[in-house]
Design a protein around this ligand. Structure first.
Ligand code: IPM
Ligand code: MG
Length: 377
């Protein structure tokens, strides 16, 4: 099966940005898996590594230097850990670690954020919902990532003549921003159960009215084979915890997608289980700019203790294999190895259950490599 090649030609360039908190720990496990794929499957990448977030601020006074931005522009894919921490809470807005991530998303044009929430059989009891509600759950949240209130102008904090202060953010979407992300949603649905639920608040927001109209128009014109329904975001939050299996693909804006994907993550047992892919428009060579990151944050409370769950980060790597390098078989191999390790009873602290074996970040990574070895031998 596995060919042993000594010097495989790299499939492309990958920039590793481990970031802050548990980012470096979970990225360490990606490196372990990358080594395995290079040695055992001849699937290798040219890699570079750099700073982002608080660690970049500490060294350079900015959460993302222009040099690192240029490296990200040049790479075929970026693997991102996590950013943020209490030490940086009081920094001015532009210097906060999160701005590094937002700049990457914006300048790379990563408008489509895929957040698949899939429940491993072994983890049905880790979810805060009843097992029958989440067993077999497989939904895709598609979040618009470069528009909406995250980037809308005007924004800021101003002082009014009467001395009060006023904070302003703007929710804004254009037709093309809505249509391009909705297209990705319909295309994804065609590879799945052909159902899209578009989520906004058209009952109170004009941008939501536009969102709803444009998504419906696109469906009628180009995707009549896909079933489309519309849902208000508050109702969607409720439905996600009431009957999550009713959904196939959820398409929504930047802010609602942020909230709903955290909610969906818990259905899978832990935030430590949710990967994501952020994709741009295809370039002249057909390739999309792409960044892969776990949905969990930097978890400063457990950073440096070897307790973090590396699975969301490893599944993000698996999404990179699939979406950036067309290595679906390798991605399946990794996903299945993760599933078997969970079935075997190993758990990091966040998904720990009675009768299971609690293990560290690196023990989890080593166990996944052992399963890969078994599958490939
Ligand atoms: C996410 C995170 C980010 C966001 C933060 C870290 C800026 O919560 O990716 O969901 O709000 O988009
Ligand atoms: Mg979030």
């Amino acid at each position: 099966m596995a060919l042993l090649r000594n010097d495989p030609a790299p499939l492309g360039t990958v920039l590793l940005l481990p970031g802050d908190g548990i980012g470096p720990e979970v990225m360490g496990e990606v490196r372990r898996i990358m080594d395995w794929f290079a040695k055992r499957q001849g699937i290798s990448f040219e890699t570079d590594e750099d700073l982002v977030g608080g660690t970049s601020f500490d060294r350079h006074g900015t959460p993302l230097t222009d040099t690192v931005m240029a490296k990200a522009q040049a790479a075929d894919a970026v693997l991102f850990g996590a950013v943020g921490g209490p030490r940086y809470d009081d920094l001015p807005f532009e210097q906060k670690p999160e701005r590094g991530l937002l700049r990457l998303r914006k300048e790379l044009g990563l408008f489509a954020n895929l957040r698949p929430a899939k429940v491993f059989d072994a983890l049905v009891d880790s979810s805060s919902l009843k097992p029958e509600l989440v067993r077999g759950l497989d939904i895709m949240i598609l979040r618009e990532l470069t528009g909406g209130i995250y980037f809308g102008e005007p924004r800021g904090i101003e002082t009014l003549p009467d001395g009060q202060r006023r904070g302003i953010n703007t929710q804004v979407y254009t037709t093309s921003e809505i249509v391009r992300v909705a297209k990705v949603g319909f295309e994804l649905a065609r590879q799945r159960d052909r159902r899209v639920c578009s989520v906004e608040k058209a009952n109170v927001m004009e941008s939501g009215v536009l969102w709803r109209e444009e998504v419906q128009k696109l469906r009628d014109a180009e995707y009549p084979d896909v079933e489309l329904m519309h849902m208000y975001a508050d109702n969607c939050a409720m439905q996600l915890v009431r009957q999550p299996k009713q959904f196939d693909v959820i398409v929504t804006d930047n802010l609602f997608g942020d909230l709903l994907s955290d909610c969906a993550a818990m259905l899978t047992g832990s935030l430590g289980m949710l990967p994501s892919a952020s994709l741009g428009a295809p370039g002249p060579d057909g390739r999309r700019k792409a960044l892969y990151e776990p949905v969990h944050g930097s978890a400063p409370d457990i950073a440096g203790r070897g307790q973090a769950n590396p699975i969301a980060m490893l599944q993000s790597f698996s999404m990179m294999l699939r979406y950036s390098f067309d290595q679906g078989a390798a991605a399946d191999l990794l996903d299945q190895a993760i599933g078997r390790v969970l079935t075997g009873g190993l758990r990091t602290a966040d998904i720990m259950q009675d009768g299971m074996a609690r293990v560290s970040t690196s023990t989890m990574g080593e166990a996944i490599v052992r399963e890969l070895d078994k599958a490939a031998s």
